[in-house]
Design a protein around this ligand. Structure first.
Ligand code: CU
Length: 370
């Protein structure tokens, strides 16, 4: 089955479970207050049940339930187990990879309920800067084996992501992550507040990922308490863009862009791989208008400006980075333009598995202007 990415975008217009009378938190039980080496290592506080201490009525509510039994078959017929967050409101019993998008507007108070079932997990809304109790980083706050409603308010429109922060290197690789898009008050079609200069008609998400099947056979706490399970060795075999493996990315709806001449295109890119990602757009100039959720062009920062990435120039993104690219197709000749992705090994600085056919750390997609 093909799942288009990202499914189920909007939350509900109600608050998540909780009340103003949730009471205070026992701070001495949280990660930041535990002064033992063990607590800072692998004995992270698991506070359950716990109610959101500063609960307030929210504008938007999402639910994310951990699953650990996803299985997907790659182009060579091999099967790999993956984990993820199920959207129990809009996508019940579905197991998208990566996990479903969370999308809301700048300034809107959000509730996101995490539900776990196979050991402790968290949700860290990366870069959003909530209060400590809502940061989803167990070594500072706590992990949960039950349910918790995270509360936060996004301050800047842009492209972010969320992920589990328990045994993070492994749980992120297993698939416990998804995109988080914050729209400005103007809504869809404008990338940042007062950003009409970069209005867009077409939007696409490129989430780059690489899969080492050996890692996907590991269990929840593998490597966490100092045991050597091989997490220092990462040898990816499968390379994906927005959940699609490289044998399909050239034309798949998750990655390939089709638009008409004159339209403005916004591409939100997340490097969720453990490679240094190189991207080259052949024959088309693009504008880098936002990095890591912060607009380069913004009335707040008059000293900053967008950067042109000339056609045929490879640019690079480290793991967890986000780039928002904007392309104005006005006057651009109609046709199909190729986009190259390269997944470089951090140590050898070479493309993974060079010369090994579909195992090579490359992928392609296309931008077609009609
Ligand atoms: Cu986790």
């Amino acid at each position: 089955m093909t799942t288009t990415y990202p499914p189920y975008t909007a939350g509900t217009g109600v608050s998540g479970p909780g009340s103003n009378n949730a009471g205070t938190v026992n701070w001495s039980a949280t990660g930041g207050q535990q002064d033992s080496y063990e607590a800072f290592g692998c004995k992270v506080p698991d506070l359950d049940p716990i109610k959101t201490p500063d609960w307030s009525p929210a504008k938007v509510y999402f639910e994310r339930k951990v699953f650990t039994n996803g299985v997907r078959t790659f182009w060579d017929g091999k099967q790999v187990t993956y984990w993820g967050f199920e959207d129990t409101i809009k996508g019940k019993d579905q197991k998208p990879f990566p996990s479903p998008l969370i999308r809301l507007r700048e300034g809107d108070l959000a509730h996101v309920q995490l539900e776990t079932r196979t050991g402790p997990h968290t949700i860290h809304h990366h870069g959003i800067e909530p209060t400590t109790m809502n940061d989803g980083v167990g070594h500072v706050s706590f992990e949960t084996s039950g349910r918790y409603v995270y509360q936060w308010r996004p301050r800047h429109a842009g492209t972010w992501f969320y992920h589990c922060h328990v045994n993070t290197v492994l749980h992120f690789e297993m698939g416990l992550f998804g995109l988080l898009v914050v729209d400005p008050p103007e809504g869809w079609g404008i990338p940042y507040k007062d950003g009409a200069a970069h209005r867009y008609d077409t939007e696409k998400f490129w989430v780059a990922d690489d899969i080492d099947p050996k890692w996907h056979g590991l269990n929840h706490g593998a490597g966490l308490c100092g045991d050597d399970v091989g997490l220092n060795i990462f040898k990816p075999k499968y390379f994906l863009v927005s959940g699609v493996d490289k044998t399909q990315t050239r034309t798949h709806v998750n990655s390939a862009i089709r638009t008409s001449q004159g339209k403005k295109v916004l591409i939100r890119i997340l490097n969720a791989s453990y490679s240094m990602l190189g991207i080259k757009i052949k024959g088309l100039n693009s504008e880098l208008i936002s990095v890591d959720g912060h607009a380069l062009v913004s009335p707040e920062r008059p000293w900053s400006k967008a950067m042109t990435i000339p056609a045929d120039t490879e640019f690079h993104m480290a793991t967890a980075m986000r780039h928002d690219l904007w392309i104005d197709t006005t006057g651009v000749p109609k046709g199909t333009y190729t986009v190259e992705f390269k997944y470089y090994d951090w140590i050898t600085k070479k493309v993974h598995n060079a010369g090994q056919g579909n195992y090579e750390g490359t992928a392609e997609t296309t931008i077609t202007i009609l």
